[in-house]
Design a binder for this molecule. Sequence first.
Ligand SMILES: [Zn+2]
Length: 207
Amino acid sequence: MKKIWSIASALSGNIVRTRGSSAGSAVYLTFDDGPHPEHTAGLLDLLAKFDAKGSFFMVGKTVAKAPDLVRRMLAEGHAIGNHSMTHPKMRGLPGSVQRAEIDQADAVLERIDGQRRHMYRPPNGAVTWPMMGTSLWRRQPLVLWTIDSLDYKLPADQVIDRLTKVTPPAPGDVILFHDDGVCAGLALAALLPVWKQAGLTFAAVSS
Ligand SMILES: [Zn+2]
């Protein structure tokens, strides 16, 4: 029993990812809930200015409305991931519905990049047993985060303050932002020059 448990936790350790390697200088900027017709393009401009790569976990129904933004992300070296088809509250939904949410978003992304499966970030970070089972079976990574910017509920100046003084990132950290609002772009315009000056680099999460 102990052996089975250790095998299961070794497997899930590879599948559920919260941080990257702390050996180098890279932190991982991740953006959920896009692509957004206004905010995402500006954010891509900002990332390009600082030679920063990010990872975009996108909602399938939104991707379907802005495929060119996703093509731009890929062309500029960013990573793309699955954030479900409609962003439901996964807990309490039948396993078959949870899997359908993942499958439909994978299919929308496949039409753009030709890949059948994509790394997955569950809406609200809510990891469920059916989702864990599916991810392990498919070897489809679940990507979470180590630092939540709180950009969905704080104004940009407080996000900047928090990411400077309360939870400043170190190599390996995965930071959660959202590109369906203005806050992430405002905060990162102030933070990226400071972080770059401090020696950090910005890499895409690899699947
Ligand atoms: Zn989300």
